[in-house]
Design a protein around this ligand. Sequence first.
Ligand SMILES: Cc1cc2nc3c(=O)[nH]c(=O)nc-3n(C[C@H](O)[C@H](O)[C@H](O)COP(=O)(O)O)c2cc1C
Length: 244
Amino acid sequence: MEQTLSDSFQEIILKRRSNRSYDQTIHVPDEVVQRSLERAILSPNSSNMQLWEFHWIKSRDQLNKFTPLCLNQNTAKTASHMIAFVTRRDLWKQRMEWHKKNIESEIKNGTPDKYQKRMLNYYTKIVPFAYSNDWFGLMGFLRWVVSNGISLFRPMTRMAGINDTRIVVHKSCALAAQTFMLSIAAEGYESCPMEGFDQVRARKALRLPRQAEIGMIVSVGKGTEKGIWGKRLRVPYDEVVKVL
Ligand SMILES: Cc1cc2nc3c(=O)[nH]c(=O)nc-3n(C[C@H](O)[C@H](O)[C@H](O)COP(=O)(O)O)c2cc1C
């Protein structure tokens, strides 16, 4: 029987396991990582703001530097590559301008159509309202007042302080990491996401600005049997899936 897209996807899902011990005699080709990063970039993300960066830790020197920052985990020690998935909420103005330019470049005869008007309004009014923050938390307070005020009359996205913005960018960044890991599995290699790392030291090593954060660091390599820690345990379907 012919293999369907669904069969192939199932195969990839079953194949992806977190691997903690790679075969160091096999180097994962750069093209595999590059292709997987290109796929990660296509991940869904909030308002298509793409407030993320993918730092490819590629050279032996850099891998050696980052291994202790990943607490000397074996998956880091034996990796061919590592990718730091980074959130960049500080880049919102840049992305807003990028969207504005893209929309404007599509406008014909100098007059935006209904859709373009809506998009311009979204990126020049809603986005600044949602993403701007200040030292005193005044914007967060204003968002809380406005969103909770509106929500008295109709369903409304509840927005408030910096932590809400951080959650927004981390959600999107994690989806990109997942796309990347599935792609690595589809390419015949293995990966392991790590939150076991020193955020402060790793941010410093990547020379990230204050508002940037590392969501996770993903190791990549040719996995071994030894690198798989036991059966794939999951709580039962009925316990986590609630059908309405
Ligand atoms: C956000 C996140 C952080 C993780 N951090 C680590 C880590 O630091 N070290 C590690 O060995 N595994 C880490 N894992 C892997 C999980 O332990 C693993 O995904 C889980 O046990 C399920 O196993 P599976 O990935 O093989 O299906 C992490 C997974 C996620 C999603």
